[in-house]
Write a protein that binds this ligand. Structure first.
Ligand SMILES: C[C@H](O)[C@H](O)[C@@H](O)C(=O)CO
Ligand SMILES: [Mn+2]
Length: 420
């Protein structure tokens, strides 16, 4: 069957359930994912006095050809973006500042250090998001930052967060789309604490001090990201989920849920509806934890599908800032971005092609047999044909044909880096 015919037949099977596929594809075009730059260089960054990765996170693998300059990283991102349908955003960390060989302390970083990123974002019609980097730094080596007992250390990180929020404002102003500043800190203890309250009080005070400095909401939005444990903070993390869920609600900030930051049996998909009842907006770091917060590349697994379903069936696309957070150095990094981002988009498209009102009604009526039967049958509906059509309409390769382009880019660009 010709490609177009395959699409028409697939479309009909969804349309018999009154799903308007044309409208769905228009909705898909508006989806914007915040793609994390750090998959491209194993969270190295470009600081002049670059430090070892710390903060209880780890990148494993030594696949050749990682980006080691801003130009290389932007080039690799461009390649990945050319294989992903739609217009998206790029998420930066403070360590990606460009300081012309000058040592600039983190509490001194300025918008000018991100001028090239903004110029590039304009050229590529991208939005930008931002993260202060409170790890991989001598002042974070004790595993404490905003909750550190030493006021001087706390003040350094408070100033860094505010310098970051200024950079975010600059992004928002220049690019015409608000930039999300997400604060994640590694603070915690390896072993059972004798006092949980004092560090949390200090974190609260530090955050209050940061947010006392107002920023323009149309340019900058603030988020806080929780975590359950990290390497070296197994027994206690100061910025836990309960801490930030309450802090963000009380202070009108976005609560950011990272799908790798909960107990292995806890599901972020199950949390979204509860959070949406109380928060106007939320943020996500979609990742794939394998036994721990391992940050594997996102696959189209049950949890990713469920996240897509919760976003779409609750009409929450406009209320959730969708970001990715994985880093795998054991495979081609451009492919990692492409696979993970395409999967995130697939999960949303899959969810848009389901008859949600009917399924909800079945539940209300107690017809759990039909609910299960339909939800299972839809898993093998010709969703792939609609995805392929969407990719081809958006001018990106269909099915696995993108892999050929990644391999060619690898031969011509990334592998040449290691041989120089
Ligand atoms: C680079 C980190 O993954 C990121 O800043 C943070 O979001 C995190 O998830 C730490 O586990
Ligand atoms: Mn994260």
């Amino acid at each position: 069957m010709k490609d177009h015919r395959v699409y028409e037949v697939a479309k009909q099977s969804f349309e018999k359930w009154n799903i308007n596929v044309d409208n769905v594809l228009e909705q898909m075009k508006k989806v914007s994912i915040s793609i994390h730059c750090w998959q491209g260089d194993d969270i190295g960054g470009f600081e002049v006095n670059q430090q070892e990765l710390s903060g209880g996170i780890d990148v494993t693998g030594d696949y050749p050809g990682k980006a080691t300059t801003p130009e290389q990283l932007r080039g690799d991102l461009e390649k990945a973006l050319s294989l992903i349908p739609g217009k998206h955003r790029v998420n930066l960390h403070a360590i990606y500042a460009e300081t012309n060989g000058e040592v600039v302390e983190r509490d001194e970083i300025k918008p000018e250090h991100f001028r090239n990123w903004v110029q590039w974002a304009k050229e590529n019609e991208l939005g930008l998001d931002f993260n202060p980097t409170l790890f991989s730094h001598p002042k974070a080596e004790e595993g404490l930052t905003l909750s550190h007992p030493n006021r001087e250390i706390r003040k350094f990180w408070i100033d860094h967060c505010n310098a970051s929020r200024k950079i975010s404002e600059y992004f928002g102003k220049e690019l015409g789309t608000p930039s999300l500043t997400n604060i994640w800190i590694p603070d915690g203890y390896k072993d059972i604490p004798s006092d949980r309250l004092t560090p949390r009080k200090r974190l609260k005070e530090s955050l209050d001090e940061i947010f006392k400095v107002e920023t323009e909401a149309s340019y900058n939005l603030d988020a806080v990201e929780s975590k359950l444990f990290g390497i070296g903070s197994e027994a206690f993390v100061v910025g836990s989920h309960e801490f930030y869920m309450n802090y963000s609600l009380a202070n009108n900030k976005l609560c950011l849920l990272d799908t790798g930051h909960f107990h292995p049996t806890e599901k972020v998909s199950d949390k979204l509806s509860s959070m949406l009842l109380y928060h106007d907006q939320l943020a996500l770091h979609v990742s794939r934890p394998v036994r721990w917060d391992s940050d594997h590349v996102v696959t189209l697994d049950d949890e990713l599908r469920e996240i897509g379903l919760e976003i779409i069936r609750n009409k929450a696309l406009d209320r959730i800032k969708l970001g990715l957070d994985f880093f795998d150095a054991s495979i081609n990094r451009v492919a990692a971005w492409t696979i993970g981002t395409r999967n995130m988009l697939k999960s949303l498209l899959y969810a848009m092609l389901l008859p949600h009102e009917h399924l909800k009604q079945l539940q209300e009526d107690g017809d759990f047999t039909e609910r299960l039967a339909l939800m299972e049958e839809f898993k093998t509906y010709p969703f792939g044909a609609i995805w392929d059509h969407y990719c081809s309409e958006m001018g990106v390769p269909i099915q696995e044909s993108w892999l050929h382009e990644v391999k060619q880019y690898e031969d011509e660009v990334t592998l040449k880096r290691t041989t120089v």
